[in-house]
Design a protein around this ligand. Sequence first.
Ligand SMILES: Cc1cc2nc3c(=O)[nH]c(=O)nc-3n(C[C@H](O)[C@H](O)[C@H](O)COP(=O)(O)OP(=O)(O)OC[C@H]3O[C@@H](n4cnc5c(N)ncnc54)[C@H](O)[C@@H]3O)c2cc1C
Length: 394
Amino acid sequence: MRRQHNDYDIAVIGGGPAGLSFARLMSGTGLRLLVVEKKPAAALKKPVYDGREIALTHPSYKVMENMGLWDEIPRDAVTRIIGAKAFNGDLTRPLSFDAGRAGKENLGYMVSNQNIQKAVFAAVSRQKNVTLATETSVTRLATDDSAAMLQFDDGRRVTARLAIAADSRFSEARGMMGIAASRRDFGRSAIVCRMSLEHDHDGIARECFFYDRTLAVLPLGPKSCSVVLTVAHQETAAVMAQSPKEFSADIEQRISHAFGKMKLSSALFNYPLVGVFADNFHARRFCLIGDASVGMHPVTAHGFNLGLQGAASLAHEIKQAQRCDIDFASDETLARYSRRHRAATLPMYYGTNLLVSVFTDTTKRGRMTRKLFMSLGRGLPFVRQIIAGKLTGD
Ligand SMILES: Cc1cc2nc3c(=O)[nH]c(=O)nc-3n(C[C@H](O)[C@H](O)[C@H](O)COP(=O)(O)OP(=O)(O)OC[C@H]3O[C@@H](n4cnc5c(N)ncnc54)[C@H](O)[C@@H]3O)c2cc1C
């Protein structure tokens, strides 16, 4: 590839929540960023509702505060999660987590992915150091000791001192740089939507591990909730084909009418569940952030939280290198980010996968293990304290 002169300092591939958050965290550094995104600018400016309601931890809330994002999100679009209950098999004897155990007033916050995307795009659009190349895909990527070289689908080429892939868990950039990733297809889909309730949720998140399906009912505004129904792939089409009335009646019955009448108040959205963990988070003048580094199963609600943590951690290393007047894209700097991000994500990724394995196992032995997990949680307060700490992000 021929090197061009109109270089950037950092090229971010993917303008999703992680890529744009990283760009936002680079505000005030004086570094020139290019964000390359497949979607048109209009879709970033006014993202459509996609059914994803993101549970944010306290550290994520703080990072978003530092990014100035809460000024962009209406107050009534943020819901505090006061507590959580996990059920096994049926709706009796829940394992309860309350914020007090983690020394907090609330476990976390619920905000729609749509609002996060809209807020971070609005903030980045005002940054003078960021150029957005929308409706553009990266088709070739290579690096050498001094630069990363990117070629776009329209044939244009640019160079940057560092390329960052934030192009989803199915990252093409990761593949172009020869980084493999372990994948786990859970054989299930998450069907998500909003529902209105006759009786309020009181800020309590409910995770019901039934034997055929998993159902999460997460608090949104007053008398409104997010529903995440996890079903085997082969059942997905039938659930998606249900009428709003049929779907509402089914969920209402599964949750034993705990909220009285429930009514579907959005479309149904379907996300096939695949977990991804990259073998390496960096290579020469290249690194991975967001789902491109670690794509989580949503049951522990940590995908974006870890993505934001990774973006903040990389931004910290780059700023630190700038302060010491050393190359911010050196192998040393990127390796430090890689190590920190790996240490933060690896236990959560494999812990989540273990939880999924245990709570989707319907064999006799599996049911006994599930019971044992629940008894341990109920009988040992420190276990609940550790889990509550993980939920809040501590
Ligand atoms: C049902 C569900 C519920 C969830 N709930 C939670 C939760 O409660 N808490 C939580 O923390 N996380 C949650 N998550 C996870 C969270 O949604 C993701 O972790 C987060 O959206 C990932 O952001 P990202 O920017 O890394 O990737 P993405 O959102 O996938 O964005 C990638 C971007 O890159 C662009 N792109 C792709 N390829 C290219 C290319 N070649 N060139 C240019 N652009 C490209 C795409 O168009 C896209 O805009 C949930 C996920 C699901 C599915």
